[in-house]
Design a protein around this ligand. Structure first.
Ligand SMILES: [Fe+2]
Length: 292
């Protein structure tokens, strides 16, 4: 197993590990450590069934099953299919490129630890891959905050609302998803998390807020909360914290959700086909702390 850093603020490549085979706890530890330190890890040249993808992902924690989502691997509901391919008039997967910056599951009581994506079909134009996944480094964003702000915000909490992202996708991104029903809203009430978390594997502080779901800093008056969030949303996307991942077919891309935020680039058309299988690992095994 060989680990190579991207040389940028995030990103590493791990070679010499077949994710379709069982591997040792030592190897698992090394992956987890790399994931914490580099945020985004690429495993090139993988060949996996949906079952193997789910089995690999489950080594890192409980897998999320999205009950509202129709696009699942038959018989394996923890594997979700992301695609813009339409077969016989029916979409093969969930086509939601062009999402804004967010962290998956920050609106959930148990937040996400990691995402594992398997790139089966990657659109290309003139030999260049399209549909990059962009990331921003929340360890670095925390470190880069003014000291006064770190002190003032310490111990505060942020309210995350699933509905904020859903409505934005409908309003601004032309998403065909229907509005959330009253029952769906009730099933996903807004939740609060500390604004700074101790990362479960690095132990370092990260900024845990994202423009997709964060709606309010609970301990501040409304106006001040709004201004502070606006500042944080701009701050956390500074160019020096950013990293763009360019896909190749057969890549497995794994990223951890506590120390990064991400955004999908929508630079490909409906006939430039993309097919990705995804598992979402919840922070059940690797839980963030609040203590320094
Ligand atoms: Fe996401």
């Amino acid at each position: 197993m060989r680990v190579t850093s991207s040389g940028e603020t995030l990103g590493a490549t791990i070679e010499g590990l077949d994710l379709g085979r069982p591997f040792s706890d030592g190897e698992l530890d090394r992956v987890v450590r790399t994931l914490g330190e580099r945020g985004v890890v690429r495993f090139p040249g993988q060949k996996l069934t949906g079952r193997q993808l789910a089995d690999f992902s489950a080594r890192f924690g409980e897998l999320e099953i999205n009950v509202a989502n129709a696009y699942q691997e038959p018989g394996i509901p923890e594997v979700m299919i992301l695609s813009n391919i339409v077969e016989d008039g029916r979409p093969v997967g969930l086509a939601d490129a062009g999402q804004d910056w967010h962290t998956d599951m920050s609106y959930s009581r148990t937040i996400a630890f990691a995402n594992v994506l398997y790139g089966i079909k990657i659109p290309k134009r003139g030999g260049r891959p399209l549909g990059a996944t962009e990331f921003s480094n929340m360890h670095a964003a925390y470190d880069g905050l003014p000291e006064e702000m770190k002190r003032d915000l310490e111990g505060m909490t942020v309210l995350h609302d699933f509905n904020k992202f859903w409505d934005m996708m409908r309003r601004e991104k032309g998403s065909k998803r229907p509005p959330l029903t009253e029952a769906q809203r009730k099933a996903k009430p807004p939740v609060s998390h500390p604004i700074f978390l101790a990362h479960p594997t690095t132990g370092r502080r990260v900024l845990y807020a994202n423009p997709g779901y964060a709606v309010r800093i609970n301990e501040l008056p409304e106006k001040e909360s709004e201004q502070t969030l606006e500042f944080l949303f701009e701050h956390q996307l500074k160019p020096e914290y950013r990293y763009a991942f360019h896909w190749q077919e057969s890549d497995v891309l794994m990223w951890e959700d506590i120390g990064t935020i991400h955004s999908a680039v929508a630079d490909y058309g409906p006939h430039e086909h993309r097919l990705i299988k995804r598992c979402q690992v919840m922070a059940t095994m690797f839980q963030p702390g609040e203590e320094r």
